[in-house]
Ligand binder design. Structure first.
Ligand code: ADP
Ligand code: MG
Length: 255
């Protein structure tokens, strides 16, 4: 039998995500300057910090939308910075939800949910539609299956985007400010869906300014500033009693 390259084998005991001494530069602008952290299976890690602190870059490095300058990132024990790693396989286990929902405007909700399943997962139409319906049901939008994105509110579009990601059966979900583009009255429904996902045991990494969500749903809160993790810990503890001046200053502005 052909021996597998050791870094190509999913290690069930490994953390879901482990980042070691991650550096990322754009030209001579080093925006991540040595990040170490991990996310365990079933854990919800919320990442907060001022604009420009490197939160999106960190998230994008985790599924290699950005290439790290140095350091290592393990996803379920697989080193995704290793050139031998098949990125498509790793990426297929990571669902990503962005601030802008990025739905295809010319396709119905159903088609938005089935197209990647059929192309990337090679599922047949009927199977893909069944899975799409299940996930639309989960986000409370079963009745919008034939609607076009433009006829949905921002909050509904974001819930469709979450259902689309879930339809690929990811092992973990990355959220980059999923509610930041929404009118305030639409934020709650999206957070409710995310809360339900967390209760179902989904591993989640969530960049957010929603401190209530971080406090209530997060297992860990990571505060970033200037490309480093300044402070991390139990969300209630960090929010109630931040230890670092930069964390205190940030929280005093957002809380
Ligand atoms: P945050 O998400 O915390 O607001 P980002 O990760 O988006 O921060 O950005 C961190 C820094 O990296 C910023 O200074 C930003 O201008 C820079 N940056 C992000 N993406 C790129 C890019 N593709 N090219 C050049 N600079 C970038
Ligand atoms: Mg960002």
């Amino acid at each position: 039998m052909e021996e597998l390259h050791p870094t190509q084998t999913i290690d069930e005991r490994a953390p879901a995500i482990q980042v070691r001494d991650l550096h990322k530069s754009f030209g001579d602008n080093e925006v991540l300057t040595g990040i170490d952290f991990s996310v365990d299976h079933g854990q919800v890690v919320c990442v907060v910090g001022p604009s420009g602190s490197g939160k999106s870059t960190l998230l994008r490095c985790v599924n290699r939308l950005e290439e790290p300058t140095s350091g290592q990132i393990f996803v379920e024990g697989i080193d995704i910075t290793d050139p031998d790693t098949e990125l498509d396989k790793v990426r297929s286990r990571i669902g990503m939800v962005f601030q802008q929902f990025n739905l295809f405007p010319h396709m119905t909700v159903l088609r938005n949910l089935t197209i990647a399943q059929q192309r990337a997962k090679k599922r047949g139409k009927a199977e893909a539609e069944t899975i799409a319906r299940e996930n639309l049901d989960k986000v409370g939008l079963a009745d919008k299956i034939h609607a076009f994105p433009a006829h949905l509110s921002g909050g509904q579009q974001q819930r469709v985007a979450i259902a689309r990601a879930l339809s690929m059966n990811p092992d973990m979900m990355l959220f980059d400010e999923p509610t930041s583009a929404l009118d305030p009255e639409l934020v709650g429904d999206v957070l409710d869906v995310m809360r339900a996902l967390a209760h179902d045991g989904m591993t989640m990494m969530v960049v957010t300014h929603e401190m209530g969500f971080a406090r209530e749903v997060g297992d860990k809160l990571v505060f970033m500033d200037g490309g480093v993790i300044v402070e991390e810990g139990d969300p209630v503890q960090v929010l109630n009693d931040p230890q670092h001046r930069r964390t205190q200053s940030f929280l005093s502005k957002v809380l």
